[in-house]
Design a protein around this ligand. Sequence first.
Ligand SMILES: Nc1ncnc2c1ncn2[C@@H]1O[C@H](COP(=O)(O)OP(=O)(O)OP(=O)(O)O)[C@@H](O)[C@H]1O
Length: 472
Amino acid sequence: MDRQEMTKELWGNICETLRNTIGAGNFANWIEPLEFVEVSDGVAQFVAPTSFYGNYVTQNYADQILYLFRRLDVPAERLSFRIRPTAAAMRPAMSKQAAPTAPTKSAKTKTESAPAARSSYAEDGMLPDSQLDPRYTFDNFVVGKPNELAHAAARRVAEGGPVTFNPLFLYGGVGLGKTHLMHAVAHELRRRDPNLNVVYLSAEQFMYRFISALKDRRMIDFKQMFRSVDVLMVDDVQFIAGKDSTQEEFFHTFNALVESRKQIIISADRAPGEIKDLEDRIKSRLQCGLVVDLHPTDFELRMGILQTKAEMFHSQFPGLEIEDGVLEFLAHRISSNVRVLEGALNRLFAMASLVGKPITLDMTQDCLADLLKSTDRRVTIDEIQRAVAEHFNIRLSDLVGPKRLRAYARPRQVAMWLAKRLTNRSLPEIGRKFGGRDHTTVMHGVRRIDELREADSQLSDELELLRRTLSS
Ligand SMILES: Nc1ncnc2c1ncn2[C@@H]1O[C@H](COP(=O)(O)OP(=O)(O)OP(=O)(O)O)[C@@H](O)[C@H]1O
C-alpha cells in the first residue's frame, strides 16, 4: 500500500466512526467537505472550502477527531486547515429555490436532519444547510400559563402573511423553550411555503460568518445573503453584546430587513433593555416589535411536558412501566428548567430499559440522586411547623406552645424530627424555635419518632409524605 492509499484508508476509518458519533447530517455538512492531507509533526492537515469550516470543525469536533487518530496510533495534537482556492471570488445573489435555511446552534447541536439542496453560498460555507431539530415542532410544544403568550405570538408569525410585529422578541431563562419555538415557526413556515427563505442561526454563528466574510473579503456576499432572506431568526442575541463590529453589522442587517418588511425573530436570555453592553439604538430597535417572555415553568406545565415525553418513550419502549407518582415527584423536585427535566426522564428510561424493570419511586431516587441533591431546597423550621400543624389539624400556637397533651405532643415531636432531618439547625436552635425548649427535649422527641416509625407504618408514611411536600 503506498502512502496515499494509507492516508485514504486512515481517514476513511475515522470518518466511519465520526459519521456514527456526530450523525449523518453533521457529517455531511462539516466533515465531508474536508480533504484530509496527512498528519505530520503531530498536526493533522486538511484542506477546507473556507476558513469558516476550519473554525467550526476545530471548535466542535477537534477533540473527537484527534482522539480517533490517536486510537489508530497516529499521534495528532492539533488540526490545521488550508483553504481551498475558489474559482469565483464573488457569487450572484442566492435564488429562493436553492435557499438554504437554519443551521443549528453551534454550542448545543441538537439533532441532525438530512441536508437539503445546497446553494453556491452553502457550498462555500457561507450558510450551511438546515439542521432544524425535527422534534421541535408546535405539536411537541406543551402550552401552559408560563409560555402561552410566547406560544401564541410564535403561532401568529408562523401563519406567514403580512408582517404585523417586527421583530418578535422572545426572552426567558435557560432551557424554557425559546429555541424550540423558533424551530417550530421555521418548520411551519416551510411547510406552508417550501420556497420561503427562512434562516435560523445563533448570534454566535452570525458573528463567525461575519468575521470570516471580512477575512475572506466576501462582505458583499455576506450582505447579499442576509438581505435576501424572507425570515431571519437569531437565537441568543445577548452573545453579540460588547462585540462592536458584529453589533454594527447586525444593526444594518436588521434595518435592511425591517425596511423591506421581512420578518425577524430574535431570542435572548433577558429583555432587550437588560442586555448589558448592547448599543442603545439596537436595544430600541429590538423593542419596536412584540417583546414576550417565557416565564419559569409551573408544576402543571412540568407535568404536561413530562406526560408528553413519557408517552413518546412509551411508544419507543412499549414494555416499560412507570409507577404512579413518579412524574409528580419529578415535576415537584426538578423545577429549574425543561432541559434538566427531560434529561432526568431520559436517564430513567435508559436505566429501566437496561435493567428491564418498571420505573419506581425508589429507582428514581437512586438513579437521579446527584440531580435531586443539587435541586434540594433549603427548608425552614417555620415551613415545617406550618406544614405539620396543617397536617395534624392543630393550631400553630399549640404546636409550639407549652401544652403537653398527646394531641399536640406527638405532632410537635414529628416537627422536631423533620427539623433535624431537613435543616442543618442544631438541637438548641430547634429547641428555641419550639417555644424555647431545651435541646434535650428535642433530642428525646427525635429519638421517640425514630423508634415509633420503625413499628408504626402509618406514621412512617405520614413522615414520608410530609418530607416530600416540604422538599418540593
Ligand atoms: N413547553 C415545552 N414543551 C415541550 N418541550 C419543551 C418545552 N419547553 C422546552 N422544551 C424542551 O426543553 C429543551 C430546552 O428547550 P430550548 O432549547 O428551546 O430552550 P432555550 O430557551 O432555547 O434555552 P437556552 O437558553 O439554553 O438557549 C428542548 O429539548 C425543548 O424541546
